[in-house]
Design a protein around this ligand. Structure first.
Ligand code: IMP
Length: 177
């Protein structure tokens, strides 16, 4: 285990198992329809890759990078990198690493809905329900987690720890300096 990690919440094996379950559920719900998977950069990349391996539906991939600011601009979404594909008439499944306040996904979903899509759903690996501020629910969520700062499997602190193959709680002295 990495020296900065206090506790492993989910191992690689548990995450893989969960991705398979989520993929089966998604395949069943979309029942043969095509899906455009929209990964939010950078954190969703390992989850998107693992989930994708288990999907039997016809899927394509696209990526988006956004940031949302807090405070007075709380509803402002800054798109740093937009989708490359025309999404009109498509079934969009937004793939995210973690749902916390709900601000990011709320804003992304509203934006994509205005582009003439057929449907927009959300799948998140982790769900911090206690952190919720915006009225936002994931259609599919892997694990409900406590209100702790977690890293690994794509999640970072100052761009570090994304490569860890598990999700773990970061030691407090690593971010409260
Ligand atoms: P939200 O917009 O508040 O729902 O937060 C979503 C984003 O906040 C995620 O995409 C992460 O980048 C970040 N985030 C929230 N909680 C954590 C955490 O525990 N570890 C790492 N990043 C987090």
């Amino acid at each position: 285990m990495h020296k900065d990690i206090k506790e492993i919440l989910y191992t690689e094996e548990q995450i893989e198992q969960k991705c398979e379950e989520l993929a089966n559920q998604i395949d069943q719900d979309y029942a043969g329809e095509e899906i455009l998977l929209v990964g939010l950069l950078k954190g969703s990349v390992p989850f998107l890759a693992e989930l994708g391996k288990h999907l039997k539906s016809d899927v394509t991939f696209d990526y988006m990078k956004v940031s949302s600011y807090s405070g007075v601009e709380s509803k402002t979404l800054v798109v740093q990198q937009d989708l490359k594909e025309d999404i009109r008439g498509k079934n969009i499944l937004i793939v995210e690493d973690i749902l916390d306040t709900g601000k990011t996904l709320y804003n992304v979903k509203q934006m994509l809905l205005k582009r003439g899509v057929r449907s927009v759903k959300i799948v998140t690996l982790l769900d911090k329900e206690e952190g919720r501020v915006f009225d936002m629910k994931a259609d599919y969520s892997g694990f409900k987690i406590p209100n702790a700062f977690v890293v690994g499997y794509g999640l970072d602190f100052n761009e570090k720890y994304r490569q860890l193959p598990y999700v773990g709680i970061l030691k407090e002295d690593c971010y409260k300096k």
